[in-house]
Design a protein around this ligand. Structure first.
Ligand code: PNS
Length: 161
């Protein structure tokens, strides 16, 4: 618990170097970052919650102040339970904004103590998404610029068997 802890929730289907970049940048400015692997009920996932959790854990082994957790429930319930009042989300393009704004307002209404911080994605990652990476990997394309080796292998196992 602490004012200087923050949460970075997401689907991570799968985790990309863009996600890792956001957390690397905020990890220097907060005490502890809770990366929470969650479900968005409107999405169909390629990887199960526990497969996504394992991949995320592996991608953050190098960051000592990052805790990776999994939660199949309402985000604000997790935040209340752990007394986390800072939320991090990344923004790539204007197209992300409407959804993010809606989610930020909903979460802030449910948990008024919450503050939401948006980080602009690094230029290198501003056009990639988990969906695009899955599409490229599905046709045997090279995704090594955007995901870790272990995630790349999991994508191959899942999509090219
Ligand atoms: O990576 P995503 O899919 O953009 O992440 C969205 C996610 C998982 C953070 C969001 O769907 C979420 O918070 N899901 C948990 C359920 C919840 O609290 N929904 C209300 C959000 S306003």
């Amino acid at each position: 618990m602490g004012k200087r802890d923050a949460a970075y929730p997401g689907s991570f289907d799968p985790i990309t170097n863009g996600h890792v970049n956001i957390v690397e940048r905020v990890s220097e400015r907060f005490n502890k970052i809770y990366v929470i692997v969650m479900n968005n009920p409107n999405k169909n996932y390629l990887f199960s919650l526990s497969e996504r959790f394992e991949m995320v854990k592996q991608d953050f082994e190098h960051l000592k102040n990052v805790v990776v957790d999994v939660y199949d429930g309402l985000l604000v319930d997790y935040l209340k339970k752990h007394k986390i009042y800072n939320l991090i989300r990344g923004l790539r393009a204007v197209s992300d904004f409407e959804y993010e704004l809606q989610m930020a307002h909903a979460n802030k209404t449910l948990l008024p103590e919450l503050e939401v911080f948006f980080l602009i994605a690094d230029t290198k990652y501003s056009f990639i998404s988990s969906s695009m990476i899955k599409e490229i990997a599905q046709y045997g394309g090279d995704v090594s610029k955007w995901v870790s080796n272990s995630v790349g292998n999991k994508l191959k196992e899942k999509l090219l068997q």
